[in-house]
Design a protein around this ligand. Structure first.
Ligand code: 6GU
Length: 238
């Protein structure tokens, strides 16, 4: 059974990049099953309203629970006998990480709820947390504010789908890459890479990489990865 993804948004066109590249190929190969839904299809008035003013006052608008409830119930009814992971995109969520991507790769059915404005009425979170066969997570992709969850959904889906077996041609590249290299020091970032030509605009390639000495190359790469990791840690230290 292919991993199933449903994305609910008021801008379904925002998700058109899912047809490209690796995710497009994975879809064609039947490795993933992706559907995008327009939240406004669930609105019940002539203007297709999905937001309203916040109780208690204040700036901005809040997304109403009724269209969200109807949209989520509809995608669930099309995925019977599965466990549903509802991912609500919000800057107030838990920070997305590689560990989370690995965990989400094992989910049978993920529903991405792309909030806009001041977010979705919190009763959507509370209600679905209380439902059987549901897990609800609020996820953010970083400490900055976007206009909505669509771009965050694209980033998270890409991180998940490339980990699904069969999606990447050469799975060895998954083991080698950034954030998968581990050491006593914790997570390491990737070593710097070079390709042809051997000299470009006066810049050469480290001699060791041209030496053919695989042990020396492995040691150099490891040392460089550690150096980069330490530099990054210094930059991000509070
Ligand atoms: Cl998931 N949504 C919005 N609106 N802003 C964000 C975000 C999500 N993650 C970081 N900033």
């Amino acid at each position: 059974m292919a991993n199933k993804f449903d994305v609910i948004s008021i801008f379904p066109e925002y998700m058109s990049p899912l047809a490209l590249s690796l995710i497009g190929k994975a879809t064609k190969a039947g490795l993933v099953d992706i559907a995008v839904h327009d939240l406004r299809d669930q609105a019940t008035d002539v203007h297709h309203t999905v937001d309203d003013t916040p109780y208690g006052g204040g700036a901005g608008m809040v997304m109403m629970p009724e269209p969200w409830g109807a949209a989520i119930d509809q995608v669930v009814s099309n995925a019977p006998n599965r466990t549903h992971d509802l991912v609500i995109l919000t800057p107030a969520g838990e920070k997305f990480s590689q560990a989370m991507a690995e965990e989400l790769t094992t989910c049978e059915h993920i529903i991405f709820a792309c909030g806009r404005y001041e977010g979705i009425d919190i009763r959507i979170t509370d209600y679905y947390k209380s439902q059987p066969n549901f897990r609800v997570r609020e996820i953010s992709i970083g400490d900055y504010v976007l206009n909505g969850g669509e771009v965050a959904t694209l980033a998270i889906m890409e991180a998940i789908i490339r980990l699904i077996p069969g999606v990447i041609g050469n799975p060895a590249s998954l083991d080698e890459e950034s954030h998968s290299l581990e050491s006593e020091a914790g997570l390491l970032v990737e070593y710097p890479s070079y390709t042809k030509p051997a000299e470009w605009r006066g810049l050469g390639v480290p001699e060791v990489l041209l030496s053919g000495n695989h042990a020396a190359i492995a040691k150099w790469r490891r040392d460089e990865a550690i150096k980069r990791t330490e530099k990054l840690r210094d930059l991000t230290r509070e």
